[in-house]
Design a protein around this ligand. Structure first.
Ligand code: OGA
Ligand code: MN
Length: 284
């Protein structure tokens, strides 16, 4: 039997079964690729991929973004090298906490991300879901005057700024994503390079909007986010170990949901680079 693509009851998302991602043939890949562009987030239950197989699957979507030197697939984990769960205010826990705010991956980089692949390995007994929101449907649902207001507006995205907002002061040179210089500038409305659909390009990394005061900019982004991230435009996934999910960072927001951080949560993340022609910051 062939691949089954079952849309979720929302404006985004589909569950994909009857396929082995470690042995994708051309027909399956073609179906996955089309579904990715249509649904934005694809859930593949029970894949149990090795890190290598996850990397190979991610490479189907494009070149890999290297987040930690020498690593193409990185743990999103609250467990340290010694197997201990790390503490509530450690640098690494603050980075994980940051993921609980609505964001799109690498919008704070001069080349924003195309897609991300995430898989679940060890899960807390409750909580720790991941949620996505459809910024295409959100843009479509805006009234005409808001669409006009956003037309031509751009925003600076900064990881220093978004972490500072949750009380995490990061030193210059702290690692990937934290760099000196003017934060990358992206349009507030992104035209999808493959589908041509417009989508809000927002999230917690937005620091400022040229031409607007900072308070007004933060109010605008907060209002857009509150409006956008509501049913039927959201999808919450409660993970089972072995699940693999891929999403399109060009038109969705996502966030991690809270859990008891004394419990272990280990996910593996592979990020796919944006196309330099369409995901390069305006000021890069
Ligand atoms: C990520 C991310 C959310 C989660 O890996 O980019 O935001 O639920 N993860 O761990
Ligand atoms: Mn993320």
């Amino acid at each position: 039997m062939s691949i089954i693509i079952q849309p979720v009851n929302a404006t985004l998302g589909a569950t994909v079964t009857n396929v082995d991602l470690s042995r994708l043939d051309d027909d399956d890949w073609s179906a996955v690729k089309d579904a990715f562009l249509e649904y934005g987030v694809l859930i593949f239950p029970g894949q149990h991929l090795t890190a290598d197989a996850q990397l190979e699957f991610a490479k189907r979507f494009g070149d890999i973004e290297v987040l930690v030197e020498g690593m193409t697939t990185i743990p999103i984990s609250n467990k340290d090298e010694h197997g201990e769960v790390f503490g509530g205010d450690s640098h690494r826990m603050q980075l994980l906490k940051g993921n609980e705010g609505w964001h799109t991956d690498s919008s704070y980089m001069p080349l924003s991300a195309k897609a991300s692949v995430l898989s679940a390995h060890v899960l807390p007994s409750t909580g720790g879901e991941t949620e996505w929101a459809d910024m295409r449907a959100a843009y479509d649902a805006l009234d005409e005057s808001t669409k006009k207001q956003l037309d031509g507006l751009n925003a600076h995205h900064s990881f220093f700024y978004s972490q500072a907002k949750i009380g995490h002061q990061v030193e210059v040179g702290a690692g990937y994503g934290f760099f000196d210089g003017e934060p990358p500038l992206y349009p507030l409305v992104k035209v999808h390079p493959e589908t041509g659909r417009r989508a809000l390009y927002i999230g917690r990394h937005i620091k400022s909007i040229p031409g607007m005061g900072d308070d007004a900019a933060q109010t605008l982004v907060a209002e857009l986010t509150a409006f956008a991230c509501q049913p039927p435009r959201t999808l919450l996934h409660s993970w089972q170990a072995g699940d693999v999910i891929v999403w399109d960072n060009r038109c969705l927001l996502h966030r991690a949901r809270p859990y008891d951080t004394h419990q272990e949560r280990v996910m593996m993340h592979t990020r796919i680079k944006g196309d330099p022609r369409t995901e390069t910051a305006l000021n890069a």
